[in-house]
Design a protein around this ligand. Structure first.
Ligand code: NAD
Ligand code: USQ
Length: 392
């Protein structure tokens, strides 16, 4: 298949592009490199050094003889989106290209507006490009488990059958997201479902849980193929952050009492889920939703697992929760669609954590410990996280 990976320079987009290429697909990547700019804005850097997208692609060619087409540009620019789709003529488009950090979207008005504009407008441009150029293109869109929030009923895969006053209907699962970022994904989901209904688009919305891990078989072939690894309090995700804190011997920062439960997935399963979704497309007019997570844990459980496997003794610190989120809550998620398609999950294991600690140990001198401290408060409308380089 010809598969265009939007956001192909990012943490997940790059390993996905390599994985799809390794599986024989013709891959193109699209990115405006804005993720690298957020690092400059926040004064932080990926724990693992990353080379430019062009050097990554050259390295992949050196190792495999396979080409990956690169399109540099912003999906909020409709002309760019249309030209790219016309030029590459994809069978499937995998859409990772959004501002994806909840804390970044909660910094202040400017960052909330930027996040929602970037994500919602970019996705609308993608939908219109598909609508005008070729409606058979399968849109595989990254959503998030956080769209659902933590309702007091089971979480189904995108849809809910409701019986009300004796009548029954199938409705989009009601959403209660916890940040302006997570809200942007809800807006996207509604827009895409509408596109499926009115234009007959075929779409798969992958409501992915929190991702952890850093290596795939392909990225570990050469250091120049590494993907980014974020540890700062704005972009670093929880398990990756705890692993880094553990290697540094710093307390594991559990927000609140640690009873919040989240769905998680390892990076090698992310790339496999995308392959499965692409190779088994949705029908014309179908808005298909998969819950892309493999296990759920409370934050306290994650912290204890890290504490028990850490290379050196670490404490767990329960810090005031900078976010507004339910702590003691019900959480039971249906996530069978991807395993039905053939996913064999990599569950959280000592082997995986040991390899994660090895990667972190190798690069730990790059950590700026000031960037580990939570700096964005949900209760404030102007958090202004201090860019680390300005306080130095
Ligand atoms: P990332 O920030 O590392 O990658 C996103 C990429 O998209 C970046 O390279 C960025 O430069 C690019 N991009 C952003 N806006 C763009 C635009 N307007 N035009 C072109 N390129 C643009 O994020 P990630 O961690 O790889 O996440 C990828 C996707 O998966 C996101 O949509 C995110 O919401 C979703 N997701 C991520 C996680 C996770 O734990 N990382 C979990 C669930 C869902
Ligand atoms: N948390 C801590 N300590 C930390 C960091 C986070 O206790 O040091 C807690 C948070 O309060 C939250 C949970 O861990 O309850 C998850 O936080 P996170 O930063 O790992 O994840 P989140 O903000 O939800 O966002 C990440 C990705 C996002 C993706 C989402 C999947 O950045 O792109 O959409 O995971 S999900 O959570 O399922 O919505």
């Amino acid at each position: 298949m010809r598969i265009l990976v939007l956001g192909g320079d990012g943490y997940l987009g790059w390993p996905t592009a390599l994985y799809l290429s390794a599986h024989g697909h013709d891959v193109g990547v699209v990115d405006n490199y804005v993720r690298r700019q957020y690092d400059h804005e926040l004064g932080v850097q990926s724990l693992v050094p990353i080379v430019t997208l062009h050097e990554r692609v050259r390295t992949w060619r050196e190792h495999t003889g396979r080409d990956i087409a690169v399109y540099g540009g912003d999906l909020c620019d409709a002309d760019f989106a249309y030209e790219t789709f016309r030029d590459f003529a994809p069978d499937a488009v995998v859409h990772f290209a959004e501002q994806r950090a909840a804390p970044y979207s909660m910094i202040d008005r400017k960052h909330a507006v930027y996040t929602q504009t970037n994500n919602v407008v970019g996705t609308l441009n993608v939908m219109f490009a598909i609508g005008e150029i070729n409606r058979d293109i399968h849109l595989v869109k990254l959503g998030t488990m956080g769209e659902y929030g933590t309702p007091n009923i089971d979480i189904e895969e995108g849809w809910l059958e409701v019986t009300h006053k004796g009548r029954t209907d199938r409705v989009l699962y009601p959403k209660r997201p916890g940040s302006f970022y997570h809200l942007s994904k809800v807006h996207d989901s509604h827009n895409i479902e509408f596109g499926c209904r009115i234009w007959g688009l075929r779409a798969t919305d992958l409501n992915q849980g929190v991702v952890y891990g850093q290596e795939t078989e392909q990225t570990s072939l050469d250091p120049r193929l590494s993907t980014r690894f974020d540890y700062d309090s704005v972009f670093g995700t929880v398990l990756n952050r705890f692993a880094i804190q553990a290697v540094l011997g710093r307390p594991l920062s559990v927000y609140g009492n640690g009873t919040q439960t989240r769905g998680l997935i390892e990076i090698r399963d992310t790339v496999e889920c995308i392959r499965l979704a692409c190779e088994n497309p949705a029908d014309a007019g179908e808005f298909r939703v998969f819950n892309q997570m493999t296990e759920s844990f409370s934050l306290g459980e994650i912290a204890k697992t890290i504490q028990n496997t850490a290379p050196r003794p670490v404490e767990i610190e329960y810090v005031d929760n900078p976010r507004v989120e339910l702590e003691n809550h019900y959480y039971n998620v249906t996530h069978t669609a991807l395993t039905d398609l053939g996913l064999r999950p990599h569950l959280l294991s000592d082997t995986l954590l040991t390899s994660l600690y090895r990667i972190i140990e190798q690069h730990k001198d790059r950590v700026d410990v000031r960037a580990l401290e939570p700096s964005v408060n949900w209760r404030s409308t102007a958090s202004a996280p201090t860019p680390v380089h300005k306080t130095a």
